[in-house]
Structure formats: C-alpha cells, structure tokens
Ligand binder design. Sequence first.
Ligand code: HEC
Ligand code: HEC
Length: 308
Amino acid sequence: MKKLILILLGCLAFACENIIPEPPAVDEILDGPIDGLNSSEQARFLAGDFAFNDEVFSSGTGLGPTFVATSCGSCHAGDGKGHPFTTLTRFGQTAPNTPPNLLIGGPQLQNRAIPGYTPEILPEGTPFMKLTPPAVTGLGLLSALTDEQILTNADPYDLDGDGISGVPNYVNPPAYFVPKWFHQDANGRYMGRFGKKAATIDLLQQTVSAYNQDMGITSTFEPVDPFSGLEVDPEVSDQTVRDVVFYLRTLKAPIQRSQNDQQIIQGKTLFSQIQCGDCHTPEWTTPTSDIVALSNKTFFSLYRPVVA
Ligand code: HEC
Ligand code: HEC
C-alpha cells in the first residue's frame, strides 16, 4: 500500500501519464467474462478465476509428491497459449502390446517433485511427445454445442469426396461423467471435444485430470494419487472444481484484432479457399444453454476444430 501512495504522491509532483501505464485495450485481454452474466454468475466467474490463476499449490496444500506445475495459470498464463518452458510430456509404450510403464505412474511425465521425492525420468527409448498449453478462452461456447451439431461435420469415409474426412474421437467416460445430450458410439464411448486429439469429453473431465495429472491434486472425482496409486482424501473441493469449470465455460472468446487490416482480410479469404475452413469450421451457433449468456450465440472458431 505504501508503495502505491508514494507513486500517487509522485504523480502530483510530476506528469502522471508518464508513470501510470495505460490500461490494455479490450482486444488485448483474454481474461474476461462473456457479456450478459448475472451477478451470481459473475461471482462464480471470479471464484473460478481465482482458483485457476491465483491458487498456487505447495506440499502443504497437497501438491505432488510428483507434479508438472503448481497452478493452472502457470501453464495457461493469462488464459493464453503456453511456451516451450511450460510443455507437458506424455509418453507411450516402449514396445507394441506392452502396458504403459506403471512404475512411472501412467501416461504423463511428472518431471518435478516436492522435497524428499524424486522426479520422474523417462527411460531411454520411450516414445514421447511434448504438448504446448493451448489458450483456454471461449471454450464455453464450444461446450454449449450439441454432439449432433459437431457430428454434421463427420465424414469418416470422405463420402463427399472433398479430400477431408472428419473423424470424431470417441473416449471411455470417467466414472463421474454425467451424460446430457451426449452421443455414444457402438462401444458406449462418448465423443471427445477438449484437449489435444480431442481426448476429453467435457470441461469437467479436462479440469479434474489437470488437477490430478499436472499437479498431483486429488478430488472426489479422481481420488487416486498418480504417484502412489492409492486413494487419498480430496485436496481440492468439489466447489472449487465446479467453479473452475464455470470459469472456463464463461471465459469470453478472444476479440480479433485489426479486423480491417487488408492483409488479414486476404489471409482469411485464403484460409477458406485452400480448405483450412473445412476442418476449422468458421462459424457455429449455440442452442439454449443453462447459462443464459451462452444461449443462441454465434461464434467464430477458425482456430479450433473438434472433428478432423
Ligand atoms: C503443466 C502445464 C499445465 C497445467 C498446470 C495445466 N494445463 Fe491445461 N493444458 C496443458 C496442455 C499441454 C494442454 C493440451 C494437452 C491436453 O490436452 O491436455 C492443456 C489443455 C487444457 C484444456 C483444453 C483446451 C482446449 O482447447 O481443448 C483446458 C480446458 C485446460 N487445459 C484447463 C486446465 C485447468 C483447469 C488446469 C488447472 C486445474 C490446467 N489446465 C493446468 C497444460 C497445462
Ligand atoms: C484435416 C483437417 C484440418 C485441416 C484441413 C486443417 N487443420 Fe489445422 N488443425 C486441425 C486439428 C484437428 C488441429 C488440432 C490438433 C490437436 O489439437 O490435436 C489443428 C490445429 C491447427 C492450429 C493450432 C491451433 C492452436 O491453437 O494451437 C493451427 C494454427 C492450424 N490448425 C492452422 C491450419 C491452417 C492454416 C490450415 C490450412 C492451411 C489448417 N489448419 C487446415 C485440423 C485441420
């Protein structure tokens, strides 16, 4: 507080505009709610925003013992994309038909550990991939779409002959999954729409797995600690998990910058001409949603295919 007073006093003596930076323009900020939330929805958005961006876990609050990062926001900084220092490593089998190496706790490398524990190291020769965190903005609009809407783009055998097939990814649901209008395949799996390779069905699954796999934080949804393989008491409350999901559902879609720039307009035309838009569906409209502000909204998703 003292510092702030000093700066403000300084302002009186010198020209203020040189000391206090201009607030960023609205199209520069990702961390804001969609328009039209009522006051209780705004309060939930803020609770989720705090849990996502400001709640940093430590060994005292359940972190690890092995982990990748200490908060959601440390990888998804400002709700935007990550960079080469915030990647996740997922690994596969060392040989065909062998189970993943259970000694190192499943498909994700936990490359850091709290004091007294050893971080995981990938055995020589294990196939792996590094994934960069994507932006988490505008996902509520995508989650408001019905499976039927998305499946209108599926064309697994390219029957329309445009060279683009459109194959949905079906996933086995976690035990806590509650189907709404979700569509199942013949094997009882549900269509994935979040995460790389559309590996999770909904934002609850993505959030619960991130707490568990990225930070070693258990919940009533996913009570098994990835390090010990044992069930432990929840380290994050159901309320916080649900607030984070609500936050992700109500985080606004980014506002496109320089919409009148000629080069950008030209690029957009080219994007459809060379068929990028056949997968990156340019425009969707949501049906009615339990969050009124998400109902009947048209959004532009050039950057985000679900079916490919
Ligand atoms: C170690 C870095 C890291 C941490 C910590 C992390 N994430 Fe992620 N997140 C990623 C990466 C990498 C991906 C993409 C790969 C994947 O599908 O998991 C991702 C994907 C996502 C997606 C899917 C986005 C989309 O476009 O489909 C959501 C939502 C998300 N994270 C939310 C969270 C939440 C909520 C937390 C905290 C509970 C969290 N993340 C913590 C790295 C991280
Ligand atoms: C056959 C379908 C398909 C076509 C055609 C296609 N994409 Fe993609 N694109 C995808 C999928 C699927 C992903 C996401 C991969 C994932 O998350 O695992 C993606 C991801 C991307 C990303 C990364 C987005 C991010 O947030 O990290 C960019 C950029 C991109 N595509 C640009 C293009 C451009 C430009 C074209 C045209 C030249 C194009 N794509 C054509 C399916 C397609």
